[in-house]
Design a protein around this ligand. Structure first.
Ligand SMILES: [Zn+2]
Length: 486
């Protein structure tokens, strides 16, 4: 019986496997970096990052609302970056989108044969839980080969990799076939006001062929012991933020109704229907390719499962695995997080209305309005209104793009055995706004980080190792030089 089942499985998979493609990074002729003194770059980038971290660009819109003072204050870091560029003789412009809130824009001119490439990062950082840090969070302290402080990883570290790349192109007089744009944005950690301002008011300045931004990182041992993996972000999930409001007859808490449901009970029933229905596994093309590339480096049977993740049979067999893994679940399903609940203000009052808010993250191909309608149908209760108060469809960029392949080939130059795969992230960055206007954009801070280091993003005692800072700079330099000088 098991043998017959296995044969059916193989036949179906053989059919499904037709047309699987894989990225050929060897087709890219990578530029040399022999003109660069990397030891000198190490000293310079370490100092820049330490100083950059010292500038307070904590972005806390809630606090700003309470105090009436601006948040982010990216103008200070924009001036810091401008000073460095001034010393190199590179013109740059500080553009204020709100008082004390700014982006820094600069462009190295190419000969115009090709459309520009943009190196993007954000200057603002998330707030700090001061009592949980053992190192002053804005100290930029350098110790044991690490640079500590808020933003070391997200995203001032990448900012310095981009800055060094940009300056090295100028210093080494690399002949450019296209402009290289350096953009340091503001407010990425809240509403991406910086890049949205640029897209609305300065569209021609950001009209580029492709963009490299944050969005993912290299890791080691996440899937297989010792295996280096660079999941290059090619897409971000969309979102639908929903408010459910249930109505019912109010009353005294001492006399719960026996013939009808209260607003709170209706809301709980609706939420339980949503939870019970769940979401099916959907293998989007981006995710299929990610698993396929991953599968190539694995041993049987994992290799077989990963390469054939789009098979319904495999999904049935591996469904349990998916349910166990938070990360797999997030990239294979439309997810629903119940994040807010609101009922009565007093314990002895049955409220007229009860409210829940849902953070739903959507795969490419799912329309936020259609998804909202599905939720209404699942709830199936006319006493409950479902309102979508924010929605954005997912967007993604092609993985056979010149910049994607060049980033992959540049990574391979430093890490020949690394697995490189296109990746869809559940959360959003500035990039979403550029993909929306049709600019292919790729996310990668190209260091190799342990899972403990990745957890420091938005966490406590954030740091980046100097080794990652320099190797990340190398990869971005080689990739930018390759796409901009060939
Ligand atoms: Zn970030």
């Amino acid at each position: 019986m098991a043998r017959i089942y296995f044969l059916i499985l193989i036949t179906q998979l053989a059919y499904n496997c037709k047309g699987d493609s894989t990225s050929d990074f060897s087709q890219i002729k990578i530029s040399s970096d022999s003109e660069v003194n990397w030891k000198a770059v190490e000293a310079e980038t370490t100092k820049w990052l330490s100083d950059y971290i010292k500038i307070d660009t904590i972005n806390n819109p809630d606090l700003a609302l309470k105090t009436g003072k601006p948040t982010g204050n990216e103008i200070d870091s924009a001036r810091f970056l401008k000073n460095i560029l001034d010393r190199e003789g590179i013109p740059s412009e500080i553009i204020e989108f709100l008082p004390r809130r700014a982006v820094l824009y600069s462009k190295l001119r190419g000969n115009g044969t090709k459309k520009p490439v943009m190196l993007l990062h954000h200057m603002d950082v998330v707030p700090i839980e001061k009592t949980r840090w053992t190192i002053p969070p804005l100290s930029g302290k350098i110790e044991n080969g690490k640079i500590y402080g808020r933003g070391a990883l997200d995203d001032k570290g990448m900012g310095v990799m981009n800055l060094a790349t940009y300056i090295l192109l100028k210093r080494n007089k690399i002949p450019l076939s296209r402009d290289v744009v350096f953009l340091a944005s503001g407010d990425e950690e809240a509403a991406s006001l910086g890049v949205r301002y640029m897209i609305e008011k300065r569209k021609s300045d950001v009209d580029v062929e492709f963009i490299l931004n944050e969005g993912s990182v290299g890791t080691i041992g996440a899937v297989k012991k010792g295996q280096i993996l660079f999941p290059i972000q090619v897409g971000e999930k969309g979102s639908a933020w929903l408010r459910l409001e249930a109505k019912g007859v109010p009353g005294h808490g001492s006399r719960p109704p026996t013939q009808s449901l209260t607003s709170v009970q209706k809301l709980l029933r609706a939420l339980s229907r949503i939870e019970k229905k769940g979401s099916p596994i959907e293998v989007t093309p981006e995710v299929k390719k990610f698993f396929y590339e991953l599968g190539k480096s694995q041993d049987f049977p994992n290799s077989f499962i990963l390469k054939n993740i789009d098979s319904k049979l495999i999904q049935r067999l591996a469904g349990g695995l998916v349910a166990k893994s938070t990360s797999m679940n997030a990239i294979l399903k439309n997810t629903i997080s119940i994040t807010r609940l609101e009922g009565s203000e007093k314990v002895n009052v049955i409220p007229t209305s009860a409210i829940a808010e849902l953070d739903c993250r959507l795969l490419p191909g799912t329309d936020p309005d259609d998804f909202t309608e599905q939720i209404r149908q699942t709830i199936d209760d006319t006493d409950i209104t479902v309102t979508k108060f924010f929605g954005r469809a997912a967007n993604s960029s092609p993985s056979e793009n010149e910049l994607y392949l060049t980033i992959g080939a540049s990574i391979k130059k430093l890490h020949p055995t690394a697995v490189i795969a296109p990746f869809l992230t559940p959360a959003q960055t500035d990039t979403a706004f550029f993909r929306e206007i049709g600019i292919p954009s790729y996310g990668m801070i190209p260091g190799i980080f342990t899972s403990e280091e990745i957890d420091l993003i938005h966490g406590n005692d954030e740091y980046i190792s100097i080794e990652n800072l320099v190797n990340g700079t190398k990869i971005i330099y080689i990739a930018t030089k390759t796409v901009a000088s060939n």
